[in-house]
Ligand binder design. Structure first.
Ligand code: NAD
Length: 479
């Protein structure tokens, strides 16, 4: 490690330590914020989002090159305000202690679960939805009564700087604060002994986060990536499937953690599927280069990475279908047309790495069993999509494969249904959030047993003898 990197870690460490300790003290002074305080924090988050709508749209567009305001309004601003409103509406109910049944043998004692904030929570977020993926974990953590430190991505510097500025304008630093910087700051951040560390990003960095957090026994939520399959059954309506697939794939130009990554389609139907996708892509995005609705790739490295995935597949014998109406796409625009790859094999990067761009490999299957086996042979995906199939096939897909979440008959939308937990499984992540699941991620469910003045448990005390044996025999009968 270079001296500068070491210095950066140390410097970030000092600043982090200062903020962390300030938040710890503030939490100790108010370990169980009442409903009104939590609602006030959510109100401020909402005000921040609404007041700075134009600034957020502009910062994200500047970070990406092209990012339509509509995509930012839908996938970032609307999603965050919807999450805030849902939390605010349900918060009173989520905070209530739960009475649970007490077994007869502990009568007349009683049992309940107290939902307590954890303390100071760290959030590390990625660049692809730089506002939403930073804010939604903060919404859940603040609703649950915690203090929050956020480290957004260095790859969207304008949005991260804006976040730092607007959060500081709406929150005390010991309530919610933003620390900016790259992987060095991220490393220092992951070493802070938070009460919970919430990370969204790549599986490779997620492993490092888990290792750093283990040193402090800090519990982690890891929202990672992976290859999300789309299973198309023989009887699917190809036109409906194609338009929903293209929409899910080209939103944010494929730079979405739950974007459809690859397709499994029935042998013999590939031409029909390609034509349906071609029609949908042309209808949704008639042009690419000059189209303000079509997002750019975030930077040159990712642009080169996605091109190299295609080149690798072509060099190994795949065939590309480029859905481009003859436009020239200069590298400076960092726009890539939707490229279908046919004849793909497992030794190609396109079937090994998460694509995170507008490239869609299409594999074929001969039988439904084979399609399910292909999905199960790969690391567990963050999302799975299935089109067509009768009730039996749909049930088989749900029960015989494992994925973080599923949308049947469409793509992406399970993310937006607040009652559903959002998270991965296996290589695609640990833990979940959204709605009450997010509230519980940042909550300790404390077990409380209350023994009344009059209790019979003394019957099990020493000195052990006949009384103990008789009471234990009776307890066995009561269970
Ligand atoms: P990334 O892992 O490169 O970076 C994420 C964050 O981690 C950034 O803030 C970065 O600065 C920080 N970081 C980098 N190295 C670090 C280190 N050694 N220690 C601590 N922090 C470090 O991910 P990315 O490129 O920003 O995002 C893309 C990835 O995120 C994709 O794999 C995508 O699937 C995944 N993702 C997942 C979800 C989800 O909800 N599951 C959502 C969006 C993106």
């Amino acid at each position: 490690m270079s001296v500068t990197a070491e210095q950066a870690i140390r410097a970030a460490g000092d600043e982090l330590q200062r903020l962390f300790l300030a938040q710890r003290r503030a939490f100790a002074a108010e370990p169980d914020p009442p409903l009104s305080t939590r609602r006030d924090r959510l109100n401020r988050l909402e005000a921040l989002t609404e007041r700075h709508e134009d600034d957020i749209i502009a910062a994200i567009a500047a970070d990406f090159g092209t990012r339509p305001a509509q995509e930012t309004r839908l996938a970032e601003l609307f999603t965050v305000t919807a999450g805030i409103r849902y939390a605010r509406r349900h918060l009173r109910g989520w905070m209530r202690p739960r009475r649970v049944p007490t077994p007869l043998y502990l009568w007349p004692g009683s049992s309940r679960i107290l939902r307590q904030p954890l303390g100071v929570v760290g959030v590390i977020s990625p660049w692809n939805y730089p506002f939403q993926l930073a804010m939604l974990p903060a919404v859940a953590a603040l609703a649950a009564g915690n203090r929050v430190l956020l480290k957004p991505s260095e790859l969207t510097p304008r949005t991260s700087a804006l976040l730092e500025h607007v959060v500081a304008a709406h929150f005390a630093a010991d309530e919610f604060a933003v620390v900016t910087g790259g992987p060095e700051v991220g490393e220092a951040f992951a070493r802070v002994p938070f009460d919970h560390l919430f990370f969204t990003g790549s599986t490779a960095v997620g492993r490092k986060i888990a290792q750093a957090a283990a040193a402090n026994l800090t519990p982690v939520t890891l929202e990672l990536g992976g290859k999300s399959p789309v299973l198309i059954a023989e009887d699917a309506d190809f036109n409906v499937a194609a338009s929903r697939l293209v929409m899910g794939k080209l939103l944010n130009a494929g730079q979405t953690c739950i974007a459809p990554d690859y397709v499994l389609a029935p042998e013999g139907r590939i031409d029909a599927l390609v034509e349906a996708i071609r029609g949908s892509a042309a209808a949704l995005y008639p042009t690419v280069g000059s189209n303000p609705d079509y997002t750019s790739i975030v930077n040159e490295q990712h642009y080169a990475r996605i091109k190299s995935i295609v080149d690798d597949a072509l060099a190994k014998g795949a065939r590309a279908v480029r859905l481009n109406a003859g436009e020239k796409l200069p590298a400076s625009s960092r726009k890539l047309e939707l490229t279908l790859l046919l004849g793909v094999r497992d030794d190609m990067a396109v079937l090994q790495e998460e694509i995170f761009g507008p490239v869609l490999p299409i594999e074929t299957y001969a039988t439904f069993d084979e399609a399910i086996a292909r999905i199960n042979a790969r690391p567990r995906p963050l999302a799975l999509y299935a089109f067509g199939g009768g009730a039996v096939e749909r049930e088989r897909v749900l029960r015989e494969t494992t994925a973080g979440g599923v949308t049947l008959g469409d793509t992406l939308w399970h993310f937006s249904s607040e009652g559903l937990p959002f998270g991965g499984v296996g290589a695609s992540g640990i833990g979940a959030y959204h709605g009450e699941h997010g509230f519980l991620t940042f909550t300790h469910e404390k077990a409380v047993f209350t023994q009344p003045r009059l209790a019979l448990t003394w019957l099990l005390y020493p000195p052990y003898g006949k009384r103990f044996e008789r009471v234990l025999a009776l307890l066995k009968k009561l269970t």
